[in-house]
Design a protein around this ligand. Structure first.
Ligand code: NI
Length: 185
């Protein structure tokens, strides 16, 4: 379909609570087009996840795809392209973990974010069927980051120690370990 313009921090659409998707809308051409545009935009921008508000659609829809390639991101296990409609997060292990995060909607910034280490996500798929997945480790962080977008929350809101905010260049220069850069989520 089309690569759409990414909405960036400061755009109000990133700060509102997105609307629930009516399951009767899932079969519409408009919904299919939205999902295709999200995937095209995510891939064109080199992200591993995208939420509908990031292309200006205030709906509770997100896509995550971690390609199996990447020596660039050795701490990431592959995760197949998955569509999340109306996702709900339940924390299954409130113990915290921290990762450096980036975001397609927050250009040129990395920040160190603490989040619960394990979650369950209940959601609907493209056919409106109820699904769930359990996630831990980095995947749990990716999912929480992405689903935060549906509530108008950006990773910078969750950075507790603002001395651990860095440009991409300075992240690589001063903070990066194991030659890994967190990709944009
Ligand atoms: Ni993001």
């Amino acid at each position: 379909m089309a690569v759409r313009a990414l909405r960036k921090i400061g755009d109000p659409v990133l700060r509102r609570r997105a609307d629930v998707v009516e399951l009767t809308d899932l079969a519409s051409p408009g919904f299919d087009g939205l999902v295709e545009d999200m995937v095209d935009t995510m891939r064109a921008e080199g992200g591993i996840g995208i939420a509908a508000p990031q292309i200006g659609e205030s709906l509770r829809v997100a896509v995550i795809a971690i390609e199996p390639t990447s020596s660039r991101y050795p701490h990431m296990s592959a995760f197949p392209l998955t569509l999340f409609v109306n996702p709900r997060v339940t924390v299954t292990d409130p113990g915290e973990q921290g990762f450096w995060e980036g975001c397609l909607s927050v250009p040129n910034l990395r920040g160190y974010v603490h989040r619960p280490r394990a979650i369950r996500v209940n959601f609907e798929d493209a056919e409106g069927r109820s699904q769930w997945i359990d996630a831990e480790g980095f995947l749990a962080t990716v999912l929480q980051h992405e689903l935060d977008h549906l509530d108008g929350v950006l990773f910078v809101d969750r950075v507790r120690d603002t001395t651990k905010l860095a440009t991409v260049e300075n992240y690589a220069k001063y903070w990066m370990s194991n030659a890994t850069d967190p990709t944009e989520i």
